[in-house]
Design a protein. Structure first.
Length: 197
């Protein structure tokens, strides 16, 4: 099986990929694309209608708050990333409500479970990032899909690299969601991710 991504083909989608490529290293960029792919495949499997462009742009930008240029000394990384998305999409001419949605999707991916009924794009980003970071629901995805996705967008040591990033966030911002994630056993879950087997 050759994995052919059904990526949104729009100016916003192409520009979001350009920006993510400029600021994220290859491991973090590939994680963002894989997070979209897992979420989109989950949506296909479960018949979840969603705004593919909004989801894709949010997925590509969701971890930019972990990069040095956008790392906030006061805000959790997902909130910093949400602000990046809001400014970026304003430059694309998105209406205020749609800009706010991009921010919301990114912020909510680090909050307690959001159901598809509550917010489908936020739910899909949670599904995608949880699969890629911790291996949650990975067995539910077709092995051929997983193999093709990893071949197209390899992990490049993503697990240990990401753990280092969130541990740094946790140490500097002890009340943030990343700190709770680290305290809740992130290292063990990341190390056990079947995608790295």
């Amino acid at each position: 099986m050759t994995w052919t991504p059904h990526l949104p083909d729009s100016d916003a989608a192409r520009r979001a990929f350009e920006i993510a490529s400029e600021y994220a290293d290859a491991a973090l960029l590939n994680h963002s694309v894989r997070s979209y792919a897992f979420g989109a495949e989950y949506a296909r499997q479960h018949g979840l209608a969603h705004d593919a462009e909004l989801f894709y742009v949010s997925a590509l930008l969701h971890d930019l708050g972990l990069t040095a240029p956008f790392d906030s000394h006061t805000l959790p990384f997902e909130e910093a990333g949400g602000h990046v998305a809001r400014v970026f999409t304003a430059g694309l001419g998105w209406e205020p409500a749609r800009r706010a949605r991009a921010e919301e999707v990114i912020v909510l991916h680090m909050r307690d479970g959001v159901t598809a009924a509550e917010d489908v794009e936020s739910h899909l980003l949670q599904v995608g990032t949880s699969a890629d970071v911790s291996g949650l629901r990975v067995p539910d995805f077709d092995p051929a899909f997983r193999t093709a996705l990893l071949a197209a967008h390899p992990r490049l040591g993503f697990g240990p690299s990401f753990l280092s990033l969130v541990e740094d966030q946790a140490a500097r911002k002890p009340t943030c969601a990343a700190a709770a994630y680290v305290a809740g056993g992130a290292a063990k879950r990341i190390a056990a991710n079947p995608l790295d087997a």
